[in-house]
Design a binder for this molecule. Structure first.
Ligand code: ATP
Ligand code: MG
Length: 588
């Protein structure tokens, strides 16, 4: 994103206040930055950092980003932009098993699509935690040497049993006080592949009686014989997330390390690691500080990569970009715009207490974004024929309509009026309920941008299903002509000339789950899958849509917003997704 201020003035939030305070007090002023991540020695003597703050967005490349990540992206990149800082795009790829290049590429695409860039102050800030493995390993050896870490050879069960509980202190491992030299030797053997997975771990030596279980000698390195997507087979020991993350932040000279509330209890360990390594001269001060905010919980939506992956792997959805998925690729294919998602993130703000945001909030932001932008068109989704019996058989004439009701500069659309039209099946009723103003025998209705017609009756098949509706048009009632104002009709309906309309496949999407909190409290989210989350219909669309490109969006009048599907729409086969209906039909 450019350095220009965002169109919506940023709402105040506690993180902004923290940053303002830090800037006022000069907490991070005078930090040296040598132009790329590095240790204390690397940064020593380098110029003062031109970035006033540094934040980072640190996904693990084990899936595609979802709408929850968008909140974190908007927050981290947005704060950096607003405060003259830089936001690093960093892959937290310290866990070899589940990470893949496909996800790296997908995540970069998604962040770019959201409108953010990791190019700032004349350089690019794309980093991989795996590039710091050498440093992390050396730092671990330093901790061992300083008496702050030891190799524990207890079994996993023993370690679990000795960890204690919330009310009970843990018990020291018999290996806790072994000489540093012995731990160092074992640690090197671990690195050299001389021990089996799970046979030993490197642990921080803190306090087995700490009321914070995260400080009871947490593991910092473990053995994993797995190929890493970037370092291949170079390593068979990998750092634990809680140890790796603060180091990544410090090497990159992050000032404000913003994460979700689950990590609040990890903050003391985050600080413990950094203080030890800064005291040891390995990391430069001032050190980064961790700040927690409430994650996004959105009703009817799952925001866990692992569970979303399950939906993909089990074929419940067609892929990560299925238009029902809350992934950014899914939302994009569904027709969501980056502007709408950023608007949503601005509106929900940032708080320090967990809450659920109503899905409708996202849809309202979407409509607010699309309404002024997208052109209008008519479409008939559930068609029945309307025969204008007094209109000449082989005749037709042109009708016009604005492309957008409030933006005359977008010009006009042109389509034909003729004797045979398509209308919506529910725009006719043989026995109209009270208050029904559309077509029923004897009633006058305006065909939008066309003529006023009087309904004269219908044909039905053997089952009583309407096969055609009949009407007569008023030749002096054409929209936009002088005589038309004399007609007062309560009903206005949309239509298309049968000879003129284009056939389209229209996919009507609904929420994927019927439960507003599908996976809360450990519930089985697959039990509340909405069987009607996708309905595919054959529809007719306005001829002006001929030749529209994938991703083009329209408001189909009276129906909602639709997008030409970016995967399946082709010149010879129109495929549209319903992005969102015009109005929210869900109870709240
Ligand atoms: P998942 O469980 O879906 O894999 P995660 O938090 O493990 O989520 P990461 O790839 O580690 O996924 O997340 C990258 C960043 O996005 C982290 O800083 C994380 O805090 C943030 N994030 C993830 N989910 C949400 C959410 N629902 N709301 C806000 N931020 C989120
Ligand atoms: Mg994670």
């Amino acid at each position: 994103m450019s350095a220009a201020p965002p169109p919506d003035a940023p709402a105040g939030n506690f993180l902004r206040s923290i940053i303002e305070n830090d800037l006022a007090r000069g907490t991070y002023a005078g930090r040296a930055w040598r132009g790329r991540p590095g240790s204390a020695a690397d940064h020593a003597g380098a110029p003062v950092d031109a970035a006033r703050i540094r934040t980072r967005f640190p996904p693990e490349p084990n899936g595609y980003l979802h709408v929850g990540h968008a909140k974190s992206v908007c927050l981290n990149f947005g704060l950096a932009r607003d405060f003259g800082g830089v936001c690093h795009m960093r892959f937290d790829d310290t866990n070899p098993e589940k990470e893949e290049q496909e996800y790296v590429d997908g995540i970069l695409d998604a962040v770019r699509w959201l409108g953010f860039s990791w190019d700032a102050l004349g350089s690019t800030h794309l980093y991989f935690a795996s590039d710091y493995f050498d440093f992390m390993y050396a730092a671990a050896e330093h901790l061992i040497g300083a008496g702050h870490a030891y190799v524990d050879e207890q079994s996993a069960e023993e370690m679990r049993a000795n960890r204690g509980t919330l009310t009970e202190a843990g018990r020291d491992s018999p290996y806790r006080d072994r000489p540093a030299a012995e731990s160092l030797e074992r640690f090197r053997e671990m690195r050299d592949g001389r021990h089996a997975e799970g046979s030993m771990v490197l642990r921080a030596r803190i306090d087995m009686a700490s009321p914070n279980i995260n400080l009871r000698d947490p593991a910092i390195y473990r053995i994993r014989r797995a190929a890493h997507h970037r370092t291949g087979d170079k390593w068979c020991v990998y750092p634990m997330y809680a140890y790796a993350h603060p180091i990544e932040d410090a090497l990159e000279r992050i000032t404000h390390s913003i994460c979700t509330l689950e990590f609040e209890d990890q903050r003391p360990f985050y600080d413990w690691v950094l203080e030890r390594l800064a005291d040891g001269g390995l990391l430069a001060r001032p050190l980064p500080h961790q700040h927690e905010f409430a994650r996004l919980n959105l009703t009817y939506v799952i925001t866990s990569k692992r569970r979303l992956k399950q939906l993909v792997d089990e074929g419940i959805v067609s892929g990560w970009d299925d238009p029902r998925m809350p992934t950014l690729v899914g939302l994009r294919r569904r027709g969501y715009t980056p502007d709408a998602i950023r608007l949503f993130c601005d509106r929900i703000g940032v708080a320090k207490a967990d809450s659920w945001i109503d899905y409708a909030t996202l849809e309202i932001a979407l409509r607010d974004d699309l309404d002024p932008k997208v052109p209008r068109a008519m479409a008939v989704l559930d068609p029945v024929r309307l025969i204008i019996s007094n209109y000449p058989e082989n005749a037709s004439e042109q009708c016009t309509a604005p492309r957008h009701p409030h933006r005359p500069e977008l010009g006009e659309r042109r389509f034909r009026f003729a004797r045979e039209l398509w209308i919506e099946r529910d725009d006719f009723s043989a026995q109209p309920p009270k208050g029904y103003h559309r077509l029923f025998p004897g009633n006058l209705v305006r065909l939008r941008y066309g003529y006023v017609v009087r309904c004269t009756g219908c044909d039905t098949d053997a089952n009583g299903r309407v096969t055609a509706v009949f009407a007569e048009y008023m030749p002096d009632s054409k929209s936009g002509t002088p005589g038309s104002a004399g007609y007062k009709t309560k009903g206005v309906i949309t239509w298309l000339a049968a000879a003129d309309a284009l056939a389209a496949e229209v996919r009507l999407y609904d929420r994927l789950f019927t439960d507003p909190q599908p996976d809360a409290g450990g519930r089985d989210f697959k039990a509340s899958l909405n069987p009607a989350s996708l309905r595919t219909i054959a529809a007719w669309i306005e001829p002006t849509l001929d030749g529209c490109a994938p991703d083009e969006k329209f408001q189909f009048e009276r129906h909602g917003y639709f997008v030409a599907d970016r995967r399946d729409h082709r010149p010879d086969r129109a495929v549209f997704n319903r992005i969102v209906a015009l109005k929210d039909s869900y109870p709240r």
